[in-house]
Design a protein around this ligand. Sequence first.
Ligand code: ATR
Length: 271
Amino acid sequence: PLLLGVMGDPIAQSKSPLMHESALKASSIQGRYVPLHVLARDLPRAIEGIRAMNFRGVNVTVPHKVEVMPLLDHIDEAACRIGAVNTIVNDHGVLTGYNTDGIGYVRSLKEEVTSNLEGSTILVIGAGGAARGIIYALLQERPAQIIIANRTLDKAEKLVEEWSDIGHLTAISMDDASKAASEADIVVNTTSVGMVPDIHELPLVVESYRSGAVFSDLIYNPLQTEFLRQASLQGCRVHSGLGMFIYQGAYAFEYWTGVTPDIEKMRQAVL
Ligand code: ATR
């Protein structure tokens, strides 16, 4: 049988095993997808174990997405620029790292709310690891511009400079983000503000909402954050982080098996 899994610390809370086992079953593929509790100090030996035990692939989650990179044989170009790997494919002992978080997010956004991102103005709140994956993938869709608002302005400015060759990026402070949010076509929260247990917190107070705008959150616990709830009350379209989680998994599943998984079965398993 095909061996798959997810490495992280902690790992017990991960919904990936349930989601991938339902995809394996729906595709009639003999295989297992197991949670692998790996401490940071054991990561190099755990990666060796993937080769030794002939796992076809693993997902990599917190806190290993960056540290795993030098342990692999190849890194896909997008993952290299993003600076993080969430999916490893094992081809007979040769390990390649990919990042399916950003493309999973964009796929979900296009399937669930807005099919054409070309020419749009996108405001991204946050400039951390999650933001990097999303922004890199969004840039491939040729938006007019992406504005990055971050609590630490300096970090957003560094990212804008780093990727000035691949798109029109602007950094702003959180003080200027409310105005930018009322003018953007798409507003994405990539911070953890509003996640369980702090479900009443907002990453940004938006003063006025533009009809037709899309508000999106990477958080999927709760399924509808306070940030999305307020946007929805004002008539905006909203997009939760659940789709990103499912599609990042779906892309990984395709890389490992060559089979397109049943998205609805995966969604049901997670819910
Ligand atoms: P992740 O991989 O989830 O993106 P990260 O790399 O630590 O995690 O980045 C967290 C992002 O959320 C950062 O942009 C961070 O802002 P700073 O760069 O100023 O730290 C943002 N963030 C986290 N907690 C926040 C809070 N309470 N208010 C505003 N921004 C916050």
